[in-house]
Ligand binder design. Sequence first.
Ligand code: MN3
Length: 188
Amino acid sequence: TYGYNALEPYIDAMTMDIHYNKHHAAYIKNANDALAAEQIQVAGEQEFFAGITKFSAKARNNGGGVWNHNFFWQIMTPGSNGPTGKMLDALNGSFGSLQEFKAQFAKAAMSRFGSGWAWLVLDQGKLKIGSTPNQDNPLMTGVEVTGKPVLALDVWEHAYYLKYQNKRAEYIENWWNVVNWEKASGLL
Ligand code: MN3
């Protein structure tokens, strides 16, 4: 874990505080309400997301919100270093170069209209980039990019608006400075 100000100057403390204590907390409360109201009983998150089409929009949006943010906090770290070892090899192998990977990921994050997420996933041994709307994620059945999440970037305005306002591209560019490549590498 790290403090709200730990990702400064790339992500500001107030954004982190509100994002964690208000947005994420609301997803947790509403997901728990939905699970109870719909009497959803699943063995775990894999089963929940695999069966997502059976559940309400409230369960989907908030269940996704909980998982996505739990993952997002872990995939960031202060004092980020670039990818090395098998992570760098995998990115080079799949995208040609680190630069090309970053360009494709940024494009996915930029071209998500409205609120959503950009993802790097591992799917049947291959790395893929994609994005999802709202709080959908690649563990859900029927979304446009499926697989095991390796990186996730929140491109909801609540993730960057206080510091970056409308400049999503600048937020994305700066986000590379806080990526937890060690954690990501462990997911390969
Ligand atoms: Mn968010």
